[in-house]
Structure formats: C-alpha cells, structure tokens
Design a protein around this ligand. Structure first.
Ligand SMILES: [Zn+2]
Length: 145
C-alpha cells in the first residue's frame, strides 16, 4: 500500500517551518464509512468531522518517529530539521480519535506495530505531542476530560 508514494523534502526544512495545510471537502463519519477503502484519506479534524484529503496532504505517510507534526488540526510543520530528500511523515495517532487502526511498518525503534487512536498512546508520548502542540485540538479535549 502506498508503495512509491509519499512526500519528500525538496530542500532543507527548518524546525517549525509550515510545510502545507491539509485541505479537502468536509465529511461526516457516515460519509467516511460509505467511501470504504478510500476512507484511508480521511483526516479527522473534530468529533464526527473529517476532511477528504486532497494532494499533497493525502500523500503524507505515517511514522511512529515522525519528522513533521499536525498543528491546529491542519497545519503540517517540521518537528525537527529535515534534510533534502528525507520523507515527510507524521504520527497518524495525533489526528485519530475513533476506532481506526493501521498496521505500521515504519521500522523505527519507536514503532508501535499498530497505529491507533491518540488516547491509546503511552502517556509520555501523549504528553510530548501535547506540549509540542502537535496533536489535533479536539483530542486534547478528550485528554483533559
Ligand atoms: Zn511504526
């Protein structure tokens, strides 16, 4: 799946730099389910609210040790310095609040094997993303509840 597809740095990117903003038509959960397999491109941005991601945002792959993060629900920014040609990846768990899961083969030492909702992450990882601001705001509402 997604073999040969992904987003790669065309030049060095500085930490904190805005890389792209997720865009796409809004979908309800029912609409996401109706789309079936294509729902892999649905980005959750609120309770029961999704974006049907357009390119280039839909090409961003997952890593359990990500070099970019999603801020304010839609802003993709570098979490660290990214050299030219490195693949850009974010942690899908930082935008997932529902029961969605995905097998991960990111092969980083931090790999969790299965990607699940934000609330299933170990607390130190949740806290790190929360402090960075690299987690969708609606998930932090759940976190503090
Ligand atoms: Zn992984």
């Amino acid at each position: 799946m997604l073999i040969g597809r992904g987003l790669f740095a065309a030049r060095p990117i500085q930490r904190g730099e805005l890389i792209l903003t997720f865009q796409g038509p809004e979908l309800s959960l029912a609409e996401v389910r109706k789309k079936g397999a294509l729902a892999a491109n649905a980005l959750q941005v609120g309770r029961g609210l999704y974006l049907d991601l357009e390119e280039p945002g839909r090409l961003l792959n997952h890593s359990c040790d990500p070099n970019v993060g999603v801020f304010r629900g839609v802003e993709v920014r570098a979490l660290r310095y990214i050299p030219t040609d490195a693949e850009l990846c974010f942690d899908y768990s930082t935008t997932v609040g529902d029961g969605w899961t995905m097998a991960c083969r990111c092969d980083t030492p931090a790999c969790r094997g299965i990607v699940r909702a934000f609330l299933t992450l170990p607390e130190p990882i949740r806290l790190r993303y929360a402090v960075l601001g690299a987690v969708s705001p609606f998930l932090l509402d759940d976190f503090s509840a």
